[in-house]
Design a protein around this ligand. Structure first.
Ligand code: PLP
Length: 407
């Protein structure tokens, strides 16, 4: 065929659609109240996508000419200001920051990776990670180096340090990607003590470090979880922090493909370089970022009434998600799952994820297998189904593969 040698023979597969399609088919047979579909990674209300009326209502009032025109290649300045506010809130670091709009969080990760690593370099990730990172690295000729995320249900700092030390020996710079708080797929959030230990360690590394913070689910964690942004001030000048803030989850506008990268560093030269190279990559990849999404965020931020309404709706749905998770956590055998703190997902540890997923299907429970286990999307399951979900997992998975579970 015609593909280059890097892509030849590869096929695109979307496992979530496969498993969720099976759940929908089963629901048609036996009634949706009897089926638990925990496959979809978006906030759902009885199977329908949650959106926020406050955000939807501003869209028809946006200036059609501005919506239709290209946005600036690095994003509207007011959009970047608004994102700075939504992301950091009162926990903004006192070091200077610079922002560039990007096409979704995934677009932002791509722009950072290709600008701050060399072809063939490895990006450091915990061993439980969101699947699309793999395809992104692969597509851009990069590799992944993993450390053990957990030991005894806690962050495995020693494994992290070993991984960083190893990559620092091999590469001119070290790119570390954390998706915390409210990690996908585990629901883990690093606490302030863990961030302190990580930052102390990074300060002592004799290499340039890119600390990339994928904050896709940030707003679904507790407000205090944002406090680690203040701690970025404690990082030495060898560390450039890049925060990726997406509107997909926080504003329930997944398809708009709008996000921003916010760099934090004391040296203005590092920030100027960041602004130029990320903007050049926008120009060389997809062009400027969706105008309507940026203008929508600006309109929400600029009008206090709309802003308050948005926060009210957002907090309602955040507490709905929290209630779902609380019921699950009350009933689940904790030794079966990753240490959940907040967010859309938790994972069941499993040595045989595909087999376990099949066993759960017999109980009309549909979840997605991942390399180390099975992902449970709280975001798509109703609170009333959570007790049955947890007790069935205890019964069906509890006895399978005991002793073989991944930490
Ligand atoms: N990072 C994680 C961990 C995610 O789960 C997602 C979306 O599911 C993203 C980043 C990117 O989201 P988007 O590209 O829609 O902003």
């Amino acid at each position: 065929m015609f593909a280059n040698s890097h892509k030849e023979g590869l096929e695109y597969e979307e496992p979530i659609f496969k498993y969720s399609g099976e759940a929908v088919a089963r629901a048609q047979e036996i009634g949706s109240e009897n089926v638990i579909n925990g496959t979809i990674g978006a906030l759902l209300d009885k199977g329908s996508l949650v959106t926020f009326a406050a955000t939807n209502d501003v869209i028809p009032h946006l200036d059609v000419r501005r919506v239709s025109a290209y946005s600036p290649m690095d994003g509207f300045p007011q959009f970047i200001d608004a994102i700075r506010h939504f992301c950091f809130e009162e926990f903004i670091p006192s070091k200077p920051t610079a922002g560039v709009a990007v096409a979704g969080g995934l677009g932002g990760i791509r722009q950072a990776v290709i600008n701050y690593t060399e072809i063939g370099d490895s990006v450091i990730l915990p061993d439980w990670y969101w699947g699309p990172y793999y395809g992104l690295m692969e597509d851009n000729y990069r590799k992944i180096a993993t450390f053990n995320f957990f030991k005894d249900h806690q962050f495995d700092l020693e494994s992290f340090k070993e991984c960083v030390a190893d990559i620092a020996k091999k590469q001119a710079s070290v790119f570390i990607l954390f998706n915390s708080p409210a990690n996908n797929p585990t629901g883990y959030s690093l606490d302030m003590e863990e961030w302190d230990l990580i930052f102390d360690y990074l300060n002592g590394i004799d290499r340039n470090i890119i600390l990339f913070l994928d904050s896709a689910y940030l707003d679904y964690a507790e407000k205090e979880d944002k406090e680690f942004f203040r701690k970025l001030d404690n990082l030495d000048s060898n560390v450039l922090t890049i925060v990726c803030y997406s509107i997909s989850k926080s504003f329930a506008k997944y398809g708009m493909r709008v996000a921003a990268l916010l760099a934090v560093h004391e040296d203005e030269k590092a920030l100027t370089e960041f602004r130029h190279i990320i903007t050049l990559s926008n120009r060389g990849c997809y062009g400027s970022v969706n105008s309507i999404g940026q203008l929508m965020i600006m309109a929400i931020y600029e009008d206090k009434t709309i802003l308050n309404r948005y926060y009210e709706e957002f907090n309602h749905w955040k507490s709905t998600l929290r209630k779902r998770a609380d019921v699950f956590m009350t009933h689940i055998d904790k030794s079966l799952i990753t240490p959940y703190k907040n967010g859309f997902f938790v994972s069941i540890r499993s040595a045989k994820p595909k087999e376990d997923v099949e066993a759960l299907k017999k109980e009309n429970i549909f979840l997605v297998p991942i390399p180390n286990g099975i992902r449970v999307a709280f975001c798509s399951i109703e609170e009333e189904q959570m007790e049955r979900l947890a007790t069935t997992i205890n019964r069906v998975i509890g006895w399978r593969g005991k002793g073989e579970r991944k930490q």
